[in-house]
Write a protein of this length. Structure first.
Length: 144
């Protein structure tokens, strides 16, 4: 897992989907478990946008699964070496630039802007449409 070794000592920004895969579906778990292990041990620092919290707890709320919603809250709000970044003015402005340049959706632009403004080395997602972003290294789980 060369991609994972390159993240040691760096910041990685996580899109919503890798977190859902890790917590619920098991997709790409062979890639995500070592990443989350490195995050918990402080070998990798992780960030994500506050939009992730919104996105990950919608499904548990719909199902009435408060325990899962709380698990998401716990991993996002109480994990060492994992920070939630609020959508501040500078992130919104950078997101607008990204939307204008790459014609991407607002949530994607906010996530990517969060990565860039947080000085992340890479943005981890499974959205292959985001490969076209040149402003940051975009890692697609299916490609790793």
């Amino acid at each position: 897992m060369e991609w994972l070794n390159r993240l040691d000592g760096k910041i990685v920004c996580l899109d919503t989907v890798p977190i859902i895969y890790y917590m619920e579906s098991g997709l790409h778990i062979e890639k995500l478990e070592p990443l989350f292990d490195r995050i918990s041990k402080g070998k990798v620092n992780a960030v994500t946008s506050t939009i992730t919290l919104l996105e990950v707890i919608v499904h548990p709320y719909r199902k009435g699964d408060i325990e899962l919603a709380n698990s998401y809250r716990d991993i996002l709000l109480n994990s060492n070496n994992f920070s939630i970044v609020p959508v501040i003015d500078e992130i919104s402005e950078k997101a607008a630039e990204l939307r204008a340049e790459y014609n991407i959706k607002t949530p994607d632009a906010i996530q990517l802007s969060t990565a860039i403004m947080s000085n992340a080395t890479a943005f981890l997602t499974n959205d292959s449409e985001l490969k076209k972003i040149d402003d940051i290294c975009v890692l697609i789980l299916d490609d790793l």
